[in-house]
Design a protein around this ligand. Structure first.
Ligand code: ADP
Ligand code: MG
Length: 223
């Protein structure tokens, strides 16, 4: 628990605040959604206004669920996990979706048995965020490669490479700013949250990108 406390202090105040607000807003939102549905059925209307309100509320829900990933520090559970196993779990989760989009995800583990101390769900969320971004950057299909290798004595380097359309140089420094998105339905929260989670694990995250694709590098301390 000492270890856990130490880690939890690393959660930024802003992150905790955001997750707290998201949590508080979700309950009234659920209530409003319920009453809206009741209203719609009682009025027996199919007004387009209802559809608009509903889709806007869905959008609020997506933003809240992204923010809730930052969770309450007391909910975090740091355990020793094998990175390659976690990657395989996430890959299995995303693979069907990727295949439908003509995207092949391959992995390349330089050595196995690379173990880190982490909150499994949070770290998996990072991998999901990165893979989603890669998939969204390849509307005509392509390749994603996930590489794992030892980095120095006591660190591990992970690379997420895609063959997508990349990020224009002038936008690169904006990635990870809250709500920065180039997508019509993006939230602009995925990268910021991923960065925060990696930093909570004493790691670093960097982006390289050109018109041929994007590489995200994550360095984490080994257990
Ligand atoms: P969102 O995905 O909701 O837009 P993110 O924080 O995940 O928010 O990403 C922010 C922006 O970074 C995206 O809108 C996109 O412009 C850019 N981006 C992130 N990853 C990639 C990638 N692999 N390829 C191209 N652009 C990317
Ligand atoms: Mg995203």
């Amino acid at each position: 628990t000492q270890e856990l406390l130490l880690h939890s202090e690393k959660l930024s105040v802003a992150g905790q605040l955001a997750a707290g607000i998201a949590h508080e807003v979700r309950n009234p939102l659920t209530a409003i959604k319920g009453f809206l549905q009741l209203m719609q059925s009682e009025l027996k209307t199919h007004s387009n206004y209802f559809n608009i309100i509903e889709s806007e509320m869905d959008r609020i829900e997506i933003i809240l669920s992204e923010l809730l990933v930052l969770a309450k520090p007391q909910d975090l559970k740091f355990e020793i996990k094998e990175l390659a196993v976690m990657i395989e779990h996430v890959k299995a989760l995303i693979d069907t979706h990727a295949i439908m989009k003509n995207i092949v995800i391959s992995t390349n583990y330089d050595c196995d048995n690379l173990k880190i101390k982490c909150d499994e769900n949070q770290l998996k969320q990072v991998f999901i965020n990165l893979l989603k971004n890669s998939i969204e950057a390849m509307p005509d299909g392509g390749n994603i490669t996930i590489e794992l290798k030892e980095h120095g004595q006591d660190k591990v380097k992970m690379l997420f490479k895609d063959t997508g359309f990349g990020i224009p140089k002038e936008l690169l420094k904006k990635i990870g700013q809250p709500f920065f998105t180039t997508k019509e339905n993006g939230t602009g929260l995925g990268f910021m949250i991923s960065k925060q989670i990696i930093e909570n694990h004493h790691g670093t995250i960097h982006i390289w990108s050109d018109s041929k694709g994007t590489i995200i590098e994550i360095i984490l301390p080994l257990n």
